[in-house]
Design a binder for this molecule. Structure first.
Ligand code: 5GP
Length: 184
């Protein structure tokens, strides 16, 4: 783990180079698993956008994009336990191979909910690609099919992940110290 700090008090957990290498491996794996088939990459707004953009370019298949949106933590980092769908997919995914692309698998509430929502659209197959997995916080039993990194129970930002909408544009994944997190 790199010890360098950026943006006052943030510690780098994964550098842009480590992320890029791992995302390429994930793309290669998906390309192998679905060789000769089409896939729909369904990103969860907004956190998964940067991961989806990079992952998509490492997938050598005929791929299309769609996006879903759920209610989030609000401004802070607390999980209320309630997930609501704010935006469904734009196009029919019936009979398609869906890769649900998410930034982080934490309590599992969001992806369990979205898996149910997407299953109702009767896809041909439904897989989950999450850049990060925080298994220590799991409430709902769910596992990703493609996981970038398994991380400890720390609140991370960067590479699409925010804290009160900030830090999404950091190219690295960084940890915010608990003392800097409000209880919003
Ligand atoms: P879950 O429903 O699995 O608890 O959480 C999913 C969502 O919570 C993620 O898509 C992400 O928006 C948010 N989340 C969970 N852990 C973190 C974290 O460490 N950092 C940030 N920025 N968001 C997180």
């Amino acid at each position: 783990m790199a010890a360098a700090t950026i943006h006052a008090g943030l510690e780098i957990l994964y550098t842009r180079d480590q992320i890029s290498k791992r995302v390429a491996e994930m793309g290669e794996q998906i390309s192998r698993d679905f060789v000769g088939q089409k896939v729909v990459l369904v990103g969860v707004l907004k956190g998964a956008t940067i991961f989806l953009a990079d992952l998509a370019r490492c997938i050598s298949l005929d791929a299309t994009f769609d996006f879903l949106s759920t209610s989030s933590y609000g401004k802070g980092h607390q999980q209320s336990g309630e997930v609501r769908l704010l935006k469904d997919v734009d196009h029919s995914v019936e009979g398609q191979n869906i890769i649900l692309v998410e930034d982080i698998l934490d309590t599992g509430l969001t992806l369990s909910y979205l898996r149910r929502v997407l299953s109702a659209h009767q896809p041909r197959s439904l897989k989950i690609a999450a850049l990060l997995d925080k298994p220590a916080r799991r409430i709902q039993k769910i596992e990703g099919d493609y996981i970038g990194f398994t991380i400890p129970n720390k609140f991370v930002v960067g590479y699409g992940l925010d804290y009160a909408e900030r830090y999404r544009n950091l190219p690295d994944i960084c940890v915010i110290p608990p003392s800097a997190l409000g209880d919003e």
